[in-house]
Design a protein around this ligand. Structure first.
Ligand code: NAP
Length: 244
């Protein structure tokens, strides 16, 4: 069984790659810049006897995505699970928003998910079985000031998840999404400490989530334990969204 995890050189993607390898998948660790970090993810997997490879490809570039999927399929014979995780945040208020920020976010967070889903679904379709898991965010439903673009991309991911679930169900392909709240990764480094303290007061569990909290749910969604679930968005946020 083969799983591709995009953006797996660190953060949530890394935890998902390690967890899926523990579940027995051969894991393709995709990334776009940091070769050393991607290798660290693979080394961690190899250390417990897991299997996989690193693959550098910019997920916002359709040609690179198609090439990766083609080569992975040729190397391993199938693609069973795709975790669309690579994503960026470029928080800006509307009046200071640049076209570059807007384009970068939509190219990766939305179009990148479509490129990979289409390329992998074409392979899964032949087997009449497959799982696509999209990394959304609570910001897809309840956005904060400065997050209009990021929130819009994640809202698009939610809609895409539901629609693709309907389209692909007849071919045995399930599509679900995970919507994390605040998870301790480098992505949160952009948030000032005092803001984080404010958020911690509001989160009912009064703590940030760990990357493993997300990987555990991704593992469940990848497995047959969730075989009657498709088109769902699972929120993992310590209760944050209960306030919205
Ligand atoms: P992160 O720590 O910034 O890691 C991002 C990963 O994506 C890295 O492995 C990075 O690797 C890779 N990446 C960036 N651009 C890429 C591209 N063009 N092509 C391929 N890979 C690329 O982010 P994270 O916090 O783990 O977030 C992962 C996902 O969860 C994102 O979709 C994010 O929106 C979502 N999320 C995160 C949180 C949170 O609190 N952390 C909350 C809600 C949702 P390279 O630098 O090597 O390319």
């Amino acid at each position: 069984m083969v799983a591709i995890v995009t953006g797996a050189s660190r953060g949530i993607g890394k935890a998902c790659a390690v967890r899926l390898a523990k579940d027995g998948y051969t894991v393709v660790i995709n990334y776009s810049h940091n070769d050393a970090k991607a290798q660290e993810t693979l080394d961690e997997i190899k250390a417990f006897g897991g299997d996989g490879m690193i693959y550098k490809a910019d997920m916002s570039n359709s040609e690179e995505v198609n090439k990766m999927v083609r080569e992975v399929s040729k190397t391993y014979g199938s693609i069973d699970v795709l975790v669309n995780n690579a994503g960026i945040v470029r928080d800006q208020l509307l009046l200071t928003l640049t076209k570059e920020n807007l384009d970068q976010c939509f190219e990766l967070n939305v179009k990148g998910y479509f490129y990979a889903s289409q390329a992998c679904a074409l392979k899964m379709f032949r087997k009449k079985k497959g799982v696509i898991i999209n990394m959304s965010s609570v910001s897809g439903s309840f956005s904060l000031p400065g997050q209009s673009v990021y929130g819009a991309t994640k809202g698009a991911v939610n809609t895409m998840t539901k629609t693709l679930a309907k389209e692909l169900a007849p071919y045995g392909i399930r599509v679900n999404a995970v919507a994390p709240g605040f998870i301790e990764t480098e992505m949160l480094e952009a948030i000032p400490e005092e803001k984080k303290e404010e958020y911690l007061k509001v989160i009912p569990q009064h703590k940030l989530g760990t990357t493993e909290d997300i990987a555990n749910v991704v593992s469940f969604l990848a497995s047959d334990n969730s075989k009657y679930m498709t088109g769902q968005i699972l929120t993992i946020d310590g209760g944050l969204s209960l306030w919205f």
